[in-house]
Design a protein around this ligand. Sequence first.
Ligand code: 0X9
Ligand code: ZN
Length: 722
Amino acid sequence: MTPLRTTRPRRLRTLAASGIAALALGVSALAVPGALTSAQGTVGTADVFHPQLLKVDTPTRAAKTRLSKLGLDLTEHAGHDYVEVVVHSPLDLVALTAGGFTYDVEIEDMLLREAQNNRANAEYAAEMAELGLRSALPSGRTSYRTLADYNADMDELAKKRTLVKKFAMPRPSLDGRTIYGVEIGSDVRRPSTGRPTMVLMGAHHAREWPSAELAMEFATDLVQSYGKNRRITRLLDRARVVVVPVVNVDGFELSRTDGAAVDLREVDNGGTVTILGTPGQAYKRKNCRIVDGQDTPDGSCRLTLNSNGGFGLGTDLNRNYGGFWGGPGAAGTLPDPSSDRVAGLPDPTYRGAAPFSEPETQNVRDLIAGRQVTMMISNHTFSNLVLRPNGVNPTTIAPDGIPVGNAPDEEGLKRLGKRMTDQNGYRNIHGWELYDTTGTTEDWSYNATGGYGYTFEIGPDEFHPPFEQVVGFYRGTGKYAGKGNREAYLIALEHTVDTRFHGTLRAKQKLPKGTVLTLSKKFRTPTWEDSFADGVSSSITVPRSGRFSWVVNPSTRPVVRPRTFQAYDDAPYKSQTFVGGPTTPVVGTADHEFTVPATADLLKVDLTWATPDDLDLEIYRKTASGELEEVGGSGNAPATVESAQIVDAAPGTYVLRVVNYASVTPTYDLTAALFDSVTKRTKGKVERYTLTCSRGGKVLGRTSVLIDRGQTKALNLATCRR
Ligand code: 0X9
Ligand code: ZN
């Protein structure tokens, strides 16, 4: 049975929200000047709250939902009964305690941990240098790169002119930096003749340093191996690989420099006055957006004083993509009554003012829309996961009233995910299996282009662990030694060129050399509540042979393919209302029993109340042995009614538990109802590309192209011969 989640507009936790926002800003505003004054030797770090990593108990689904609404900095590290959370201020701790949450402290002082990691990094690098050893990474590096290192290393790779091209992305970052990438392939200096592209990216999130390292190491590996390793040589003869190691250059630069600046004396002296010991921006997550719609004055991001941790100003680039933008698991701007989250800009998952409002995501959109990207991997840290679309639970009702459903390529995405996780030992799961997200990179890239897209969450337990671990992340350790993410990426590259998963376009005729073929499509990408004008357009140039073989994504987008779903009757065939209260305040509960006589297509439970109370709902089913098994629940912000839906509810006795968080004397109505349904299928749409041919800028012909995965089409392009 799957509990069904609804995403109705929710009211804000007004008081707490403004309080948390104000204090989060206040504390971080304190923290950075702390660094400035301590440089003058006056202020130590002991009076500044240091970020901590907590493992928060979430024994029920309702608890998890409730936690996700506190606006805290959740990590991707979560299990069925816990979620790891970074706390950045005393108010975060207050919010947790007030919410009735219990937790274990995983990293007591992330700043101290930063300092310890710095020491470990320094020792490792020194030891390796002393022994005259390189690491087992392709680059041989023994320490994390800085942004300058990335740019220099890309320059170095691009010296292999026949194989590598360094390029600048079209838009600079908000703080005025140029964002670079490398393109690798044996035909890289010639116009494209139809090879597919794999895109590998790192550091959408500033603090996730290994995500950038692994992208850069794979690029280095490919370049070193070309001509030496048969498998890689063949792949680079058939594909292009575009690597953008650091997408969020501004955020990364701040995180990396502040992270390195944590003074080692911190460890020895236990918080005595240090020059550099400040949380600073070592755990920054987002980009450098300060005011929506306004460019950030170049070089000023560091001075914004309040971007530590996931919080502070900035847009979460991994919520700013257009796919399902504005839906669950992404914070909106204050005051935004439809937001899931309590805070706006300071929220770790702030989605930005509009889909693709940020230059960094616009760059990636143009990169992916401008070529046939049949494979996309966006690296993140941490949790040892390979995540596939979609980002929201398939039972979630989309604004069109129909459940979101699984990706139409679920089977293929899952199988490839398994092949990759067989190499790195990670879990192969959907993005939503830990928590809902919308506006992530693959939510857009997959749904707009059909190219498979994954998020890799690299490493077991830290955003940027001691560097030595990065070597293992790439090469694999233990059971996975010699495999690791290197092998996972190579499998992804093999998928990039595997025409069983892509279309292949050819022409019936030989075409004159230099004929330019453009494959384009205009469409509207659905956001959560609206849509925006979107499209793809890629070109190739016919080579001297007059023949081409163009590997392309299917012409119909996943997001418009038919969806199968259950349509439920408006009226229930059984319904029962319990009038309840008052219950004991502060996590007091009241249980009500409801019988489901035979499997019900839908069990819907609604909890409403008149006074501004904070009640949550948990739903259990009694097992044969009389134990309570949680089957659903709803944990909204205070004063918001609760509603839970359980599809295919098994027969038996259900316990509907009303949880009272704060009220003195709440009264409520609790209604349980059973509904029948019929299976329906949306019609879906069939989409075609427009293929245009031109020579010397003159358009010669235009035709529409329908193509699906695994198909090869020989097009009649007679008009292009003129
Ligand atoms: O939240 C994110 O953006 C990613 N996790 S991270 O800790 N690196 O920030 C995960 C994105 C996809 N995940 C889900 N759909 N749950
Ligand atoms: Zn991330």
